[in-house]
Design a protein around this ligand. Structure first.
Ligand SMILES: CC[C@@H](C(=O)O)C(=O)SCCNC(=O)CCNC(=O)[C@H](O)C(C)(C)COP(=O)(O)OP(=O)(O)OC[C@H]1O[C@@H](n2cnc3c(N)ncnc32)[C@H](O)[C@@H]1OP(=O)(O)O
Ligand SMILES: [Co+2]
Length: 135
């Protein structure tokens, strides 16, 4: 079912400082920022040869990143995203095996315009897992 590691996401209190760290300190290529109010995040992607890092700052009061930062003040790894060929089939298979899909269970459009969904951290070793359909 899961394929390539699409990205590792890091929650940050301040996106500009995180960009400076990755661009100036680590010499990485960093995308322009995107604001995605429907996900409660403002983010950039750090493009690496084999995957991406998604740096996310909270956007709005209901942001899941704000809740995460309340517990983990300095930020930290927030989720990992694996690619799947067909998110509807993967979701149905996972639910049939007892995994919990977060929210209303329906895939939503992610930062790359592909359908994404999230699986409950308690079912995956304490790690928030995102699936992204990449055909
Ligand atoms: C930009 C779009 C997209 C992309 O294209 O890449 C994105 O990545 S958007 C990223 C932001 N969106 C999301 O994170 C959506 C999914 N997240 C959620 O639904 C919630 O954040 C959550 C995972 C259900 C947690 O909600 P919260 O309100 O924080 O609930 P609790 O505080 O009760 O936490 C329950 C339980 O889960 C643990 N937890 C919370 N967040 C994480 C996390 N990121 N990683 C691991 N564990 C997490 C939390 O500690 C609680 O554990 P217990 O205390 O043991 O119950
Ligand atoms: Co993500």
């Amino acid at each position: 079912m899961i394929g390539r590691l699409n990205h590792v996401a890091i929650a940050v209190p301040n996106l500009e400082s995180a960009v400076a760290l990755y661009r100036d300190m680590l010499g990485a290529e960093v995308s322009d920022s995107q604001s995605l109010p429907e996900h409660g995040v403002r983010l950039v992607f750090v493009d690496l040869p084999n995957t991406r890092i998604e740096l996310m700052e909270p956007l709005g009061e209901k942001s899941p990143i704000a809740a995460f930062l309340e517990k983990n003040g300095r930020g930290g790894i927030h989720h990992i995203c694996y690619e799947v060929k067909d998110i509807a089939i993967s979701s149905a298979e996972l639910v049939a095996k007892g995994a919990r899909v977060l929210g209303d269970g329906k895939p939503r459009k992610g930062a790359h315009g592909n359908p994404v969904l999230f699986l409950h951290p308690a079912d995956f070793l304490g790690t928030l897992v995102e699936l992204e359909e990449v055909g």
